[in-house]
Each structure stands twice: as C-alpha cells, then as structure tokens.
Design a protein around this ligand. Structure first.
Ligand SMILES: [Fe+2]
Ligand SMILES: [Fe+2]
Length: 159
C-alpha cells in the first residue's frame, strides 16, 4: 500500500514525465527542421527516456494495485528562437522535475511511506544526470562552435 499523498503526487508525476516526453519531441522537431540531425536524435533519445520514466512510475503504481487514469498532457512547440532557447527550456524543465521529486520524497517521509520513499530515490539521483546533461549542452552552444560541427561532441554527453 502507498499512502494517499505520495500516491496522488506519483500519478501527477506520470503526467509531468509524459509532458517532458512531449516537450523533448518538440525540441527534436525544431532541430529536425534545421537539418541538425545529431541534435534531433539527441532530443528524440531524451524523449524516449522520459517515456521510460513515466513507464517506471506506472509499473510501480500497478505493482502496488493503485487505480489511476493517465493524466492529460498539453501541447508543445516544434520551433524555438534558437538552440539555446530550446536547451534553456529543457534545463528549466529538468529543474522543475527535480523539485517535484524533492516534494515527493518529503511527502513520502512525512507519511512514513518507506516504499514510496525508496522508489523516488532513483529519480532523485537520475535528476542530477539530467540537469548536468542540459548544462553540458549549454556549454557546447556557448562555446560558439558551429552547431553542425558540434554534433560530433553530442555522443560524449548524456547517457
Ligand atoms: Fe524524467
Ligand atoms: Fe528528464
């Protein structure tokens, strides 16, 4: 059994992860429009990872016999003013997700729900990676390298 408050937040988090999936698909499409295939692939992979995060939470809910519907997911743009704007938005969104998992951990701790608390630890660790990845992309962009040439560096960033 999972306590009420962490349960509600976990169901909401499924929506946040699916929404991140959608946002990253949109960023991938922005790069696709610019023929920056390497950048597009990077964000497509990132989008897949976000869907995986949603799946990870969903299976935890199922394993714990929780009834839920999938939350509504809003739209996402497929064009940005610049690569920097797109990556900055991604970093901001990762920081928001970090705060959501911090709140989840607090709720689980308050409810003395060790099962939920243990489950969210993985995400708290994962968020360190996720934020770092976006900061690394900003460093690449701010280096002034041509974005086509910078594609060669992308494989060394992230997973
Ligand atoms: Fe995520
Ligand atoms: Fe993420």
């Amino acid at each position: 059994m999972i306590s009420e408050q962490p349960k509600g937040l976990l169901i909401e988090q499924v929506g946040h992860e699916l929404s991140a999936h959608q946002t990253y698909m949109g960023i991938a499409l922005h790069f696709e429009r610019e023929s920056l295939k390497g950048w597009a692939k990077f964000f497509r992979d990132q989008a897949t990872e976000e869907a995986g995060h949603a799946w990870r939470i969903i299976t935890f809910l199922i394993d714990n016999d929780v009834e839920f519907s999938l939350p509504q997911v809003g739209g996402a743009p497929t064009t940005y003013g610049s690569a920097r704007d797109a990556v900055m938005l991604a970093l901001t969104s990762e920081r928001d997700v970090t705060a959501q998992f911090e709140a989840l951990a607090d709720a689980a701790r308050d409810a003395k729900d060790n099962r939920a608390l243990q489950f969210v630890q993985w995400f708290i660790e994962e968020q360190v990676e996720e934020e770092r990845t976006m900061m690394a992309l900003l460093d690449v962009i701010d280096s002034g390298l041509n974005l086509f040439q910078a594609e060669a560096l992308l494989e060394g960033i992230g997973d």
